[in-house]
Ligand binder design. Structure first.
Ligand SMILES: *[C@@H]1O[C@H](CO)[C@@H](O)[C@H](O)[C@H]1NC(C)=O
Ligand SMILES: *[C@@H]1O[C@H](CO)[C@@H](O)[C@H](O)[C@H]1NC(C)=O
Ligand SMILES: *[C@@H]1O[C@H](CO)[C@@H](O)[C@H](O)[C@H]1NC(C)=O
Ligand SMILES: *[C@@H]1O[C@H](CO)[C@@H](O)[C@H](O)[C@H]1NC(C)=O
Length: 447
């Protein structure tokens, strides 16, 4: 085996050189074949109903293979398992002391590895946290640059496939870090507020603005993440970016990940919720909890890892009390974990925007004001065979690090746009109001 790998090494090196020079060619196309850079990149995302996770396939490495990854909206950077026969001639370790290493915020260097060189084992390699947010567990892994291919899009259909000039940035995780991830998942894709997550890397590789939109489907049909600016078309030919309302994105100065280097800010997307209304009436809350403290606790963030909205205990109690006050006429049934308040679904009517329950409004401070309205489709959850309906909020505990987490169920069939150019979050509220859903992107390929 050792002899074989010695023979192989020069060939791999040669392949790498060829590959990198090809990447360079893609970057500066010859005048005979001018191909405009894509204005946007498409990433189909599917809900895994069993795991309550959102997953996607990213084609990467050389030769290209599809790698199934769980989406973590707030994560610093993507990571993949490097222990499961990772073979790639385009895997390029990122040296300590490099620009990219600094950019990643790393404070660690993997100085020496005493096994044969392989993805995850190189000397003098920049090292970052590999974070599995589902089990809240971190480890350290090598940072690398890897080839990746995505579909471009004009916002209406998938277009031609394009390889990312310069590649994407990822960290090398281990098989043990896959615990808690949906079946066949080999890592996670981080879309967080960091210079090395997928959105800024694609933005600088292709030269489009550092913005992306995410539309999670509530069904088993695919939803989308579109990197780059709109238009974002959903059938029947709705240009949904026109429905976006905006609120400032707030920087939490202290990381909210499981492990981090000192001074690293949070890579989660926080917004300025200043109050909550239920059925048009303000719910009495301790407003200190809505602010982000110097230690980085409190505030409101978005998450694709928490399947349902989490609220700090006192906020949770206040909101559920308001709901129960309204819902005195409903027939209570036993609790179904993780929910506390469940009802006979027959007693609740239905509307265009889901079960007929009063709206929960998240009041937003700062420029633009406004509120994020949560309708029945995003506040109530059918369980069992659909005969039971539960209030889809979960008690996040009295010591919750973040007071309100807007979870997957609340994000489904809402388009959100992270705009890091203007440091703001666009949100549409329920697309059901506009007679469309996140499953309505037209996946018919146009080349
Ligand atoms: C790292 O350097 C040490 C010491 O020079 C060497 O023994 C080892 O093989 C190197 N490891 C890799 C993965 O190249
Ligand atoms: C409001 O929350 C803050 C932060 O947890 C706490 O220090 C304070 O005592 C709370 N105030 C009231 C009135 O409960
Ligand atoms: C949140 O909004 C309130 C009310 O508009 C404002 O006073 C506060 O400064 C905002 N907080 C941040 C962090 O922007
Ligand atoms: C989907 O896109 C294809 C290609 O652009 C188009 O021909 C077709 O009419 C679209 N379907 C719908 C339902 O809009």
């Amino acid at each position: 085996m050792a002899a074989t790998s010695h023979h192989l090494r020069p060939i791999l090196l040669l392949l790498l050189v060829l590959f990198l020079s090809q990447l360079a060619h893609v970057h500066s196309q010859t005048p005979t074949a001018p191909r405009p850079k894509p204005k946007a990149i498409l990433l189909p995302v599917r809900k895994n109903g069993a795991a309550l996770q959102y997953t996607t396939n990213v084609r990467q490495r050389a030769p290209l293979v599809p790698v199934k990854l769980a989406v973590d909206l707030g994560a610093q950077m993507p990571w993949v398992n490097c222990e499961d026969g990772y073979i790639s001639s385009s895997y390029t370790p990122v040296p300590c002391e490099s620009k990219l290493c600094k950019l990643s915020g790393s404070g660690a260097c993997h100085t020496a590895c005493y096994s044969p060189p392989a993805p995850g084992c190189h000397n003098n390699t920049c090292s970052q946290n590999v974070y599995n947010n589902f089990i809240r567990t971190s480890t350290m892994g090598d940072i690398a640059v890897e080839a990746a291919v995505f579909r471009s899009t004009d916002g209406k259909n998938p277009g031609r496939s394009v390889s990312v000039p310069g590649g994407v940035v990822l960290t090398c995780g281990y098989t043990s870090m896959l615990e808690g991830l949906a079946k066949n998942t080999r890592g996670m894709v981080g879309l967080g507020r960091s210079p090395v997550s997928l959105p800024p890397v694609l933005s600088s590789a292709f030269g489009f603005p550092n913005k992306f939109a995410m539309c999670l489907s509530s069904s088993s049909s695919q939803g989308v993440v579109i990197f780059g600016d709109g238009p974002y078309f959903l059938q029947p030919s709705k240009e949904v970016s026109s429905f976006l309302m905006n609120t400032p994105l707030i920087l939490n100065p202290v990381s909210t990940a499981g492990a981090y280097f000192e001074g690293e800010p949070s890579t989660d997307y926080f917004i300025n919720v200043t109050g909550i209304k239920f059925n048009g009436r303000a719910v009495p809350l301790n407003s200190t909890l809505l602010k982000i403290s110097k230690e980085g606790s409190g505030g409101t963030k978005l998450s694709t890892v928490d399947p349902y909205m989490l609220m700090e205990t006192s906020i949770y109690r206040a909101v559920t009390r308001a709901f129960l006050n309204w819902g005195k006429h409903l027939k209570r049934v036993r609790s179904v974990k993780p929910f506390e308040h469940c009802f006979d679904a027959k007693g609740i009517g239905s509307t265009r925007v889901g079960p007929a329950v009063p709206q929960i409004e998240l009041l937003l401070g700062g420029k633009g004001g406004g509120s994020w309205t949560i309708f029945g489709a995003n506040s109530m959850v059918y369980v069992g065979k659909g005969e039971i309906m539960c209030l889809g909020l979960v008690d996040g505990g009295a010591d919750a690090r973040t007071s309100i987490v807007i979870g997957g169920h609340q994000l489904e069939d809402n388009l959100v746009q992270v705009d890091m150019v203007k440091k703001r979050l666009g949100f549409t509220s329920s697309l059901l109001l506009h007679q469309t859903t996140c499953a309505n992107f037209n996946f018919t390929v146009v080349v």
